[in-house]
Design a protein around this ligand. Structure first.
Ligand code: 5GP
Length: 188
């Protein structure tokens, strides 16, 4: 399998988009404390940049989720691998995601967290791929809307690699061996 990376968003583009998103969030939550929840692992780089641009008092937590598999893709059931350490009842919660694809992860997570009665619950993502939605989901804050490409870098991986790249790239995979499918290469 040959992999080729094509630049999609540079460090500079990401920096200015993160500032823009943080300005909106600073305006919307002025005078309030915000619990910022990162969805592991992909959101860790974006979240680290975002929170350093936030001006209100901020508390940080993380949640880790994983999809069950083909059976549950249609039902939208997602497994919580690591739950929040903080209680969210009565708090203003901002979920931070790397990319929204089918929308199943966030639909499920938001439903689960809403049941804990936060004061408010909003979602901020750096990338959105609305053309692949299986359920209706619109983020409250979105960095870039992108077409149907598989992207890596800035926290996003392919088989756990590329997360450390400071820019975002389209990953082109060119099969040399036709018996090797995309799934076997470890990318979703
Ligand atoms: P969904 O919205 O389909 O429930 O899931 C979103 C998750 O799928 C993201 O958090 C990310 O882990 C993964 N994902 C979706 N599209 C891409 C992509 O283009 N690149 C990478 N690296 N992960 C993706």
């Amino acid at each position: 399998m040959l992999e080729r990376l094509e630049i999609l968003f540079t460090e500079e583009q990401l920096r200015s988009k993160v500032k823009e998103l943080a300005e909106q969030i600073n305006r919307d939550y002025q005078g309030k404390e915000l619990l910022v929840v990162g969805i592991l692992r992909g959101a860790f780089v974006f979240m680290a940049d975002l929170v350093r641009n936030l001006e209100m008092p901020v508390i940080i937590d993380f949640v880790a989720v994983s999809s069950y598999g083909d059976d549950t893709v249609s039902s939208g059931v997602v497994r919580i691998l690591k739950d929040l350490d903080e209680t969210i009842t009565g708090k203003h919660v901002l979920l931070v995601e790397d990319i929204i694809d089918t929308g199943l992860t966030l639909k499920y997570l938001c439903k689960t967290l809403e049941a804990r009665k936060p004061a408010s619950l909003k979602v901020c993502t750096i990338l959105d791929k609305p053309s692949r939605r299986k359920v209706e989901f619109t983020p409250d804050y979105n960095g870039f809307t992108i077409p149907d490409h598989f992207v890596v870098g800035y926290g996003l991986d392919c088989a756990q690699r590329y997360r450390n790249l400071p820019s975002i790239y389209i990953l082109h995979q060119e099969c040399q061996d036709i018996s090797l499918t995309k799934g076997e290469a470890g990318c979703e």
